[in-house]
Design a protein around this ligand. Structure first.
Ligand SMILES: O=c1ccn([C@@H]2O[C@H](COP(=O)(O)O)[C@@H](O)[C@H]2O)c(=O)[nH]1
Length: 273
């Protein structure tokens, strides 16, 4: 999916919500465990109840790999269901991949060609030749980890390298990569105040922003510092939506949480209209 379509969807739905499909068999309602494929059954119910409130879904691949072949099959069914029934929604494989060039090329093929995701998260640590194989897919987005939402982000990402914070180096250097126009960046909602500086380096780029809800980040602060003329933000919430209820009403409860976020997003969008 092209980013222009994403911007159109954001304006149409008054939402820049990305729902994280971090489906955990220990957290889903127990009645679903009797299903043939409980992970897919849960995901399908969540998608059916929330697709009108969001513009993107982001399965975190760890939650599928953790269940071996059954988990991978549930992932395949989930992305196929999304692509068939909601082709206008942006899909992100939160896989945090990146390796030497030929290996990155295989990861890119797996997620872009086999599974048909629109985007993948990639770790920048191995540098240019580990990222460019993803960027070579011109109709796909590569989402580079810039400043992550966790506490450990301060171990390396904010440290100075040649007088400049490492996350700033990542942003600046990545702009010189071949096909850099296919880049987006991850910035944690818990680091909203950093967005002011980040926007000086990447004013036009779309940012994937996880960390509202369960991790305590503020949607409004992210908008204040991070929104650009095309909105430029996809704000993710996973646990805060998925596990709003562990009873039979879980999908309705998830939709209510998603609607709460969407309403707050509509308010933010109206401020900059
Ligand atoms: O910096 C990062 C990068 C990725 N994530 C992922 O986003 C979701 C957040 O889930 P919540 O339940 O809404 O906290 C999860 O898949 C993380 O692995 C992140 O949180 N921070």
């Amino acid at each position: 999916m092209k980013l222009t379509s994403l911007v159109t969807q954001i304006r149409k739905k008054e939402s820049f919500l990305c729902i994280g499909l971090d489906t955990d068999l220990e957290k889903i309602p127990s009645h679903l465990l009797a299903e043939d494929d409980p992970i897919f059954a849960f995901n399908k119910s969540i998608i059916d109840a929330t697709h009108h409130l969001c513009v993107a879904y982001k399965p975190n691949i760890a939650f599928y790999e953790a269940y071996g072949i059954a988990g991978w099959k549930a992932l395949e069914k989930t992305i196929a269901y999304l692509n068939k029934n909601h082709p206008d929604l942006f899909t992100i494989a939160d896989a945090k991949r990146g390796d030497i060039g030929n290996t990155s090329g295989r990861y890119a093929r797996a997620f872009f060609e086999e599974l048909q995701f629109d985007a993948i998260t990639v770790a920048p640590y191995m540098g240019k030749d580990s990222v460019e194989p993803f960027l070579a897919f011109s109709d796909k987005q590569t989402i580079l980890l810039a400043l992550t939402s966790n506490e450990g982000a301060f171990d390396y990402q904010t440290k100075l390298v040649e007088g400049r914070a490492l996350y700033k180096q990542v942003l600046e250097t990545s702009k010189t990569y071949k096909n850099a126009e296919n880049l987006m960046y991850v910035v944690g909602a818990t680091k909203a105040e950093y967005l002011k500086d980040i926007r000086k380096i990447v004013p036009e780029s779309f940012l994937l922003v996880p960390g509202v809800g369960a991790q305590g980040g503020s949607l409004e602060a992210v908008c204040r510092y991070g929104m650009n003329k095309d909105v430029g933000l996809l704000i993710n919430s996973s646990r805060g939506i998925l596990y709003a209820s562990t009873e039979k009403d879980f999908a309705e409860a998830a939709a209510l949480k998603a609607a709460e976020l969407q309403n707050r997003m509509a308010i933010e969008l109206n401020k900059v209209r």
